[in-house]
Design a protein around this ligand. Sequence first.
Ligand SMILES: Cc1ncc(COP(=O)(O)O)c(C=O)c1O
Length: 361
Amino acid sequence: LDLLPTPHLLVDLATVERNAQRLADYAARHRLAVRPHAKTHKSLALAQLQLKSGARGLTVAKVGEAKVMASVCDDLLIAYPALDHARTTAIADLARTASVRVAIDSQMAADALAAAVGAAHSTLGILIDLDLGMRRTGVQTPEASLHLARHVAQTPHLRLDGLFCYPGHVQRPPNQQGEQLTAASQLLDETLALWRRAGLPAPIVSGGSTPTAYQSHLMPSLTEIRPGTYLFNDANTLYGGFCTIDDCAAVIVATVMSNVIPGKVIIDAGSKTLTSDLNIHRRDSGYGYLPDYTDATITRLSEEHGELDVSRCQQPPRLGERVRVIPNHICPCVNLQSSLWLRDHEGQAHLLPVDARGLLS
Ligand SMILES: Cc1ncc(COP(=O)(O)O)c(C=O)c1O
């Protein structure tokens, strides 16, 4: 490990396995299916690990990711609206050989997908995206969801499979999420009651995120959850109180390349390695968390340089020393790497490709 070129992304297998198993156990206790979001790792090997630990299928954002993941999983949810020609035709093609569902919030998406799927002689499952308060995507009222659900139910080649939601606005510590999740749950229940009265089925109610993963039972109508970050965790989930330091499976390993500026050391990981994302819970905490140097802060990034303020460190990292950085936001960080090193139980490192890296369409 000490000879690997830096900077590199190092993932600890034992921690990954523990994170996967903990979620699987929780989900089993609450009769929830797990459909992890593969955008976090973009890796076929890690997707297989999740499937082996009981995941029902995989979630992806992008069609390119879906195509890659289809080689290890034939049950895919595209958690992203699709209405343009490139996406709809690629989805229709994929739906010929795999079970594919798409979450949508417009009739235009339903019609575009139906046209593509009809031409490809395939069938597509549709989930209606309902906004729970994040205000990013999702129809805005239960009535609007019913309207769109009716449209989907009447559209050839589409199968209405249920509801979709994402509580991305819930970022409080788990023991303070009750109020927001109860409100979200009431909205879901109201929507499902409306659908029931209209005779529309909703066998799937898909929700969940990493911050809310272990509070999903507060939304009893969910049938499946889709956390992604939980597998690796990051400085966001750490500062948010959603994991402990021992649950952080992924670090960037960087080398101290310069220490001539007083009070600073420079590492070989900049924005092209760590991303420029700040921590959403502590915006003044710098560009990542240094578990071995908690008094140091990554205060500024150039593309290839990370500047650490070490003025508060009794013993700053030495020139040539390797330091570990837990990225603020692991998902875009992984997307910057073409491969990662997986440290196995014996401490051996294995190079894994980030198979779906850069697939943004
Ligand atoms: C629609 C959707 N579902 C699930 C997730 C996974 O959530 P998390 O990153 O909290 O694990 C995301 C994350 O961006 C998302 O956008």
